[in-house]
Design a binder for this molecule. Structure first.
Ligand code: DAH
Length: 343
């Protein structure tokens, strides 16, 4: 038995030293532990034979067996510690990060020119004390047309080719519909703008798109005059296009305003002398405006003898195209970053 135990120790230590240089260390060490120190190990098997020994031999062999076990355990712990250390060192070398390397930069995005101009216009009106309101893009005929003095069969409907969802519901053709919502919900004083998408059944070309953006403006209070409209639009234009900008009103017709006007700004490229941008005119048309028609006020339960108001509507794409000298509307919707990143 003595020889058996000593041979076992020698074999175990031999095997252990072979393991330290093997590849999958933790697995090999685990297998070693089961084989030499586990419940079904050879050592346990040898120790089971102790019962057959004489009472004198038994404690001697017992002591030897314990020694052998202790030696194997000590060698095993040492090997495991060594393996763990080596593993840590390998990881530290493999996973070294060079903090001095330049980082990967991701290119910074920017707002689309339509959003940028919309935000700029919003900020100007916020500065003038206006509130920004939202309106539905899917709209009742009443809000888009009838309440704005455009009853069925009115010729103004023909100029705004409409996407109908059914005979009563449509995609709004103008943000003017939000005027009605605002006046139904709120009592004067009202001072609001409403930006958003509008839809018209137009074929796409350099100046038309079935979807585009407008900003509607509405002010209703006691004693509002055309002078307020002019002053507001002048301030707005100077803020957007430059301090020297002048505005000009040309008589026009819109069913929901009376009187109505088309409003031009002096060309911000040539200062009014005439150039390619303003087609030699010196002026650029940017919006429609007027005094809110008494019938429109009345329909929203606002007494036109007590209150008056002005309204205006502006196409955002048109302003973007003039401001950045873009001659084809389609460029704004193709989302080619090489084009958009110029602005
Ligand atoms: N909604 C008109 C359009 O799309 C623009 C407009 C004109 C709006 C005059 C107004 C206004 O509020 O007073 O052509």
């Amino acid at each position: 038995m003595k020889e058996k135990l000593q041979a076992l120790r020698a074999k175990a230590l031999d095997e252990l030293s072979a393991i330290t240089s093997s590849d999958d260390l933790s697995k090999a060490l685990e297998e070693f532990k089961v084989k030499y120190l586990g419940k079904k190990s050879e050592l346990v098997a040898v120790m089971k034979g102790m019962g057959a020994l004489s009472p004198e031999e038994r404690p001697i062999m017992g002591q030897l067996a314990n020694e052998v076990r202790g030696d194997i355990e000590a060698a095993f712990s040492e090997a495991r510690e060594k393996a763990q250390k080596a593993d840590l060192e390998r990881k530290l070398i493999e996973e070294t990060i060079d903090v001095t390397l330049p980082g990967k930069s991701s290119p910074m995005g920017r707002p689309h020119p339509i959003s940028a101009v919309q935000t700029e216009i919003e900020n100007i009106f916020i500065g003038l004390g206006f509130e920004i309101v939202d309106g539905p893009e899917v709209e009742y005929d009443y809000y888009n047309f009838t309440a704005l003095n455009i009853p069925p069969d009115h010729p103004a409907r023909d100029t705004q080719d409409t996407f109908y969802i059914n005979s009563n519901v449509l995609l709004r053709t103008q943000t003017s519909s939000v005027q009605i919502h605002a006046m139904e919900k709120k009592r004067p004083p009202i001072r609001m703008i409403s930006p958003g998408r509008v839809y018209r059944s137009d074929a796409i070309d350099a100046t038309h798109s079935p979807m585009f953006h407008q900003i509607e403006g509405l002010v209703v209070d006691k004693g509002i005059t055309m002078g307020d409209l002019k002053g507001t639009l002048e301030l707005f234009s100077q803020n957007l296009f430059g301090e020297d900008t002048k505005i000009r009103f040309r008589p026009h017709h819109f069913p929901f305003t009376e009187p109505s006007a088309e409003v031009d700004v002096s060309c911000f490229a040539c200062g009014g002398k005439g150039c390619r941008l303003c087609k030699g005119e010196g002026w650029i048309e940017i919006l429609g405006a007027g005094m809110v028609h008494p019938d429109v006020l009345r329909r929203c339960d606002i007494d036109p003898d007590e209150y008056s108001g002005f309204a205006f509507g502006l196409g955002i794409e048109r302003v973007v195209m003039k401001k950045y000298n873009i001659d084809d509307l389609r460029l704004l919707y193709e989302n080619d970053v090489r084009f958009l990143s110029q602005f």
